[in-house]
Design a protein around this ligand. Structure first.
Ligand code: KDG
Length: 316
């Protein structure tokens, strides 16, 4: 049974090969993505075992996702195939209208994964894991997905399995009021919280990292990690505040960097690393992911993280 279990929607990503408005893009590159699937892949890169609880359509994209995640070494036994609803898809527009940024266009409404429910979450699968990772995307997909998350939280809490939660509020999936009312109780049940100033503003009305982290930690999570993009990241723990700068790399597509960051941080915690080391390795992973299209391809292994850091040192 996998050490890191996650639950959410894997998607096929169609990433614009050229930058600019999607209406002028002719060529798209196909990738497998989805925040929780990305974390599962990241865990395997770090030498841990992982599994994804989900559902895909009985279609070519569903087959691709299962084939690809299996190929990466992720346990796919808990990904069911839905005979009716399709696999979710999204497009990525790059570098327009904001250079260095990407935006997404979802085709996932009514997807197979949006029909996941509490019955799809097997207690024994989570109980035998060391870690559960959830994000604020899955509860935004449907009421039944929310129930599935609730059940996963409940099983993990009762069995003493550590939980990380990445707030990942997607404004195109729901409004701020609903996001806040559904996600705040989930935040309270996490041991480790990943978030950013925008999401913190929605959740606790505060975007300044230290003040937001204080308000969030008061709700439950022992550690709050603020992802600050080009400003790096900060971790707020019972032992104090830890800061990490962002590495300066050429930006091709920033989507997926946050998931790589979360995956590597969680794996660092599982390996008993210090908070500073977890933050540094996570920042390396985030930096590498933004240098390429696709979310999963550039998530580094531990030796690759070391190699990146050697390169940084040599160029200091
Ligand atoms: O974090 C990257 C994800 O946003 C992307 O892969 C798609 O899961 C996704 C989502 O729901 O936005």
């Amino acid at each position: 049974m996998p050490e890191v279990v996650t639950l959410g929607e894997p998607l096929v990503q169609l990433n614009a090969v050229t930058t600019g408005p999607l209406r002028y893009v002719t060529y798209f590159e196909r990738h497998v993505a989805g925040a929780e699937a990305n974390v599962a892949v990241g865990a395997v890169r770090m030498g841990l075992t992982s599994g994804l609880i989900s559902s895909v359509g009985n279609d070519e994209f569903g087959k691709l996702i299962i084939q690809s995640l299996r190929g990466e070494g992720v346990d796919v036994t808990q990904i069911k195939t839905d005979g009716v609803a399709p696999t979710g898809v999204y497009f990525v527009q790059r570098g327009y209208p904001r250079p260095r940024r990407s935006s997404v266009l979802y085709y996932r409404s009514g997807s197979a994964a949006s029909r996941l429910g509490a019955d799809d979450v097997r207690a024994s699968y989570i109980k035998s894991a060391k870690w559960l990772h959830l994000t604020g995307i899955t509860p935004a997909l449907s009421g039944s997905c929310r129930d599935a998350c609730e059940r996963a939280f409940e099983i993990a809490r009762k069995s003493g399995i550590k939980i990380s939660f990445d707030t990942n509020i997607r404004p195109s999936l729901w409004n701020s009021r609903d996001a806040k009312s559904v996600l705040l109780p989930m935040v309270s049940r996490a041991d480790l919280l990943f978030t950013d100033p925008d999401d913190s503003r929605v959740l606790v009305g505060e975007g300044e990292p230290a003040r937001a982290a204080k308000l969030l930690r008061e709700r439950g999570p022992a550690t709050v990690v603020m992802k600050l993009g080009r400003e790096g990241a900060q971790a707020f723990t019972g032992k104090g505040t830890f800061k990490q700068k962002a590495y300066d790399v050429p930006v091709v597509d920033p989507i997926g960097a946050g998931d790589a960051f979360a995956a590597i941080f969680v794996c660092g915690v599982l390996k008993g690393w210090s908070t500073g080391k977890c933050l540094q390795a996570a920042a390396v992973a985030g930096a590498l992911v933004i240098t390429a299209r696709g979310d999963e391809e550039n998530i580094p292994s531990e030796p690759e993280i070391q190699e990146f850091l050697r390169d940084v040192k040599e160029n200091e």
